[in-house]
Design a protein around this ligand. Structure first.
Ligand code: ARG
Length: 455
């Protein structure tokens, strides 16, 4: 019979044990659980709730349990329900009855809230490091390819020429927002719940500030009912992770498109692509596709937790145990994705000639022609209409805007002068010399800023 089944006359059924045990996944919290328990024991001694020698025995025992677990010598018995019970039970085997004092003024409800917060804080810091790594790769490729132009798209139709570096830095911005969102989420994870007891607080003279300081928490929870049943910080983590993964997925989608034979803007390094088992000519962008695919998993965890929480009365309910697999899997998936994408990005070889070929198609300079007429005094709408007619005619002649003669231009407006013959993708890019625009000077300034942010 396990140690907390005091009033029961029967053991739990095996199916129930397997159904309810969180040990197969929450063993991952062991380090945080032990760290929290050591501080709790020290606080109990400081408040004369246990003796100093008892606290020392507990601390030494807990450290030994930690070594056993980290060395893989710890046997997980599912009937112990969760990592908190498993550690306490092993502690008892090691230090004897004094182990029973560790749970003074504490419940697993505030204990698991503490452990999950400790985990989440670390997870956020880990993800922020991973985001910086990905941003570094984007900056590196943007710097290497600083003179490369390609068509920018809207509606996936060629729209206007842009610098490849500008395109890559667009992702830098997205991941910068993710970084900031995680930072913000950290503030609300950074709340120390111990002392909330099962739900009502603790009937002992505790020093919650001491515990918060030792565990480096910026805040202490202010309502015990809320503290044991709050998983907003898990949902916020999952929400930040979802947005970050959405950005990875957009990048993935572009790499899938760009590495297709139709675009051929980029070639994946062999070590980050996979062959087809049947078609020898193929080089598939599986890493990018999986990044796109795994996004669904993280959204699923977010929806799962929002749904698990929506009908919960105060305070702790066992439903809350469902937070862990969602949190752990989302974290592992996001961290792995950020890491493999950072590496893959560094190995990409862009194809400037193919981008230049694409620039020559699709009347990508039409807006520049309209801008030209506006600078000669027409309203933008008139200029737009004239350029539209010019494009239609040019298509019917199977020509391009760059190959028209001055006379052909002047058929549509007398405002066209010699200089219209100089329109080019390079000039088009250079003309977007506004803050946030794609002109070389602007993009190099953004690159410098990006460098500063990540260093
Ligand atoms: N394994 C539980 C969880 O993850 C720990 C708290 C259990 N508390 C309880 N009253 N059964 O939520």
């Amino acid at each position: 019979m396990n140690q907390i089944r005091g009033r029961f006359q029967k053991d739990a059924a095996e199916t129930v044990i397997n159904y309810t045990s969180s040990l197969p996944f929450d063993w991952r919290l062991y380090h945080f659980d032990i760290r929290g328990s050591i501080v709790h024991a020290r606080m109990l001694a400081k408040q004369n709730l246990i003796s100093t020698s008892e606290a020392q025995a507990l601390e030494e025992g807990l450290k030994k349990v930690e070594v056993e677990i980290s060395e893989g010598r710890f046997v997980l018995k599912p009937e112990l329900e969760d990592i908190h019970m498993a550690i306490e039970q092993r502690l008892g085997e090691m230090v004897g009855v004094v182990a029973g004092k560790l749970h003074t003024a504490r419940s697993r409800n505030d204990q698991v809230a503490l452990d999950t917060r400790l985990f989440t804080r670390d997870a956020i810091r880990q993800i922020q490091t991973d985001i910086r790594k990905l941003q570094f790769s984007l900056i590196k490729q943007a710097t290497t390819n600083i003179n490369t132009l390609l068509p920018g798209y809207t509606h996936l139709q060629p729209a206007q020429p842009v610098l490849l570096a500008h395109h890559l830095l667009a992702y830098f911005e997205m991941f910068e927002r993710d970084y900031a969102r995680f930072e913000d989420a950290y503030q609300r994870a950074d709340v120390m719940p111990l002392g909330s007891g099962a739900l009502a607080g603790a009937a002992y003279d505790l020093d919650r500030e001491f515990v918060a300081n030792e565990l480096e928490f910026a805040h202490i929870s202010q309502n015990s009912l809320d503290a044991v049943s709050d998983r907003d910080f898990v949902i916020e983590y999952l929400s930040c992770a979802s947005q970050c993964m959405m950005h990875i997925s957009r990048l993935a989608e572009e790499l899938v498109l760009w590495s297709s034979a139709e675009f051929a803007f980029v070639e994946m390094d062999d070590s980050y692509a996979t062959p087809s088992s049947i078609m020898p000519q193929k080089k598939n962008p599986d890493v990018a596709e999986l990044g796109r695919g795994k996004t669904g998993r993280i959204y699923g965890h977010l929806m799962g937790m929002l749904t698990a929480m929506k009908g919960l009365p105060l305070s702790y309910n066992r439903d809350l145990q469902e937070d862990k697999e969602a949190l752990f899997d989302a974290h592992d998936t996001l961290s792995a994705s950020l890491n493999v994408f950072s590496e893959m990005l560094l190995t990409l070889s862009f194809k400037p000639q193919n981008m230049a070929r694409a620039l020559a198609q699709g009347f990508i300079l039409a807006t520049d022609v309209a801008d030209y007429l506006v600078k000669k005094g027409l309203s933008f709408r008139e200029a737009h209409a004239i350029t539209g007619r010019l494009v239609t005619k040019t298509i019917s002649k199977s020509k391009t805007l760059e190959s028209l003669t001055l006379a052909e231009y002047q058929e549509f407006s007398p405002l066209f002068g010699d200089d219209i013959l100089q329109i080019s993708a390079i000039r088009s890019v250079a003309s977007k010399d506004v803050l946030g625009g794609t002109a070389y000077q602007q993009v190099t300034k953004q690159l410098e800023k990006a460098h500063k942010i990540i260093s």
